[in-house]
Design a protein. Structure first.
Length: 184
């Protein structure tokens, strides 16, 4: 093999190795795709949707009420929602907030505002809340999560809060199906 051909093959080999390494690092530390396996997040996310999840926003940023997160399924999950290693739900309460429900409404209070106020929920969700939320104060570094399809969601009402250490990232973009592509 002559020198120019050999040089080109080596250059392309190095480029290929760098590209594979870069994509692995991006997936491991920055952005990852996830598949929606159940109907618990209807009408926001449907079974079969694929989403992009930002891992850096959890590592270096904050998690807020209303964020859609992906997290490791709790070991104590006792629901007939399938046997999934990762779950997708919406954050309903953050550390220090106290939650309860009455009828189909969720109420939140804090030490600064001890009188329960109806949770402001500008996102689309199915209002039926069954089972109700038993009064709970979210501990430090934990989050209370629920599916948008509340009557058909196995969530914090069943197995408790999600520790921050189990959160993989925040969902920010739907990439599939193409007819519903867009920000979340």
């Amino acid at each position: 093999m002559n020198r120019p051909k050999r040089k080109i093959i080596i250059e392309w080999g190095v480029i290929l190795v760098i590209a594979v390494l870069a994509s692995f690092l991006v997936r491991l530390y920055a952005v990852q795709t996830f598949f929606i396996p159940s109907k618990s997040m209807n009408p926001t996310l449907h079974t079969g949707d694929r989403i992009l999840v930002d891992k850096l926003s959890v590592r270096f940023g904050t998690i807020n009420v209303g964020d859609i997160i992906v997290f490791k399924a709790p070991p104590a999950e006792q629901c007939d929602d399938g046997n999934y290693s990762d779950l997708v739900k919406r954050v309903i309460a953050v550390p220090g907030q106290t939650l309860t429900s009455k009828g189909n409404s969720v109420f939140v209070s804090t030490t600064q505002h001890p009188r329960p106020r109806k949770l402001h929920e500008p996102w689309t969700y199915f209002h039926t809340l069954n089972p109700p939320i038993k009064k709970i104060t979210v501990p430090a570094n934990s989050y209370f999560v629920m599916g948008d399809n509340r009557a058909n969601s196995c969530d914090s009402r069943f197995w408790g809060v999600v520790p921050r250490s189990d959160i993989i990232g925040k969902a920010f973009f739907r990439i599939w199906p193409l007819s519903r592509i867009g920000s979340l």
